[in-house]
Design a protein around this ligand. Sequence first.
Ligand code: SAH
Length: 270
Amino acid sequence: MRKPVNPPFSSGTNNRFGRSRLGGGVTATNSNARIVTHPLKVPDVPATRELSAMVNMGLNSERARGMMIQRLRDQGINNEKVLAAMMAVPRHLFVDQGLASRAYEDAALPIGYGQTISQPWVVARMISALCENGVPAKILEVGGGCGYQAAVLAQLTREVHVIERVRGLYDQARDRLKTLGLLPRVRLTYGDGMVGLPIQAPFDAIIIAAAGLKVPQALTEQLAVGGRLIAPEGTTTQRLVLLDRTGTNTWQRTELEAVRFVPLRSGVQS
Ligand code: SAH
């Protein structure tokens, strides 16, 4: 049996799910917590101040990213390819300007529409698990949100398919990924990821960024034999699960850490 891929966390934390193996600073409630707030507000500051803040953020962001990478290492992430990919992506460009200064904290942040950009540790953990036996060539992400995780995946491989069900987020992700020159590698679809992308299947890896009660069967069927899927499962209590497709009709399931994600919903939101 495949052994679980948990990294060797040195310390744990207590959370409302009990004792977690997650390292300090990471709790099950901040991995991708649903934040239902008012629509994002652009701060009311003069344009010149905004501009200089952006320039400063650009200059400081590399240092902030370096600190984020060091923190991820301290939290047990040791896949150098994944760390390099996360070092390469300017996370602050995927959040509202008013939140840019917090972009490198280990926290989920609101991106509008009641959704969040995933916490860096969760992104690193999920992608590391997918890449444990080498980087998959063709990846499907369900729940593209603002496009951050897709941008990280695009640093690793050339074919990343992404589905997002909220039109406004799909538009934002498309614009950001285009600006960063990543659209040839990332193929975005506006639609319901619970049905997957049958036309493009099979996928070597599938990553689901929102939690359902169970991983939808359409997605397990679209995984290539030998491929791997990672997803949060549950409602108030959630856990990451890994599914390895070991044969045409066989999947091996491994349970990982407790997490907290926004819900996987069917249909689209225009
Ligand atoms: N991957 C993002 C995280 C986005 S949060 C990141 O890089 O940070 C999860 C996203 O899943 C939300 O944008 C939500 O709208 C989306 N989602 C939920 N159910 C979905 C479904 N059935 N199909 C596609 N997207 C879905």
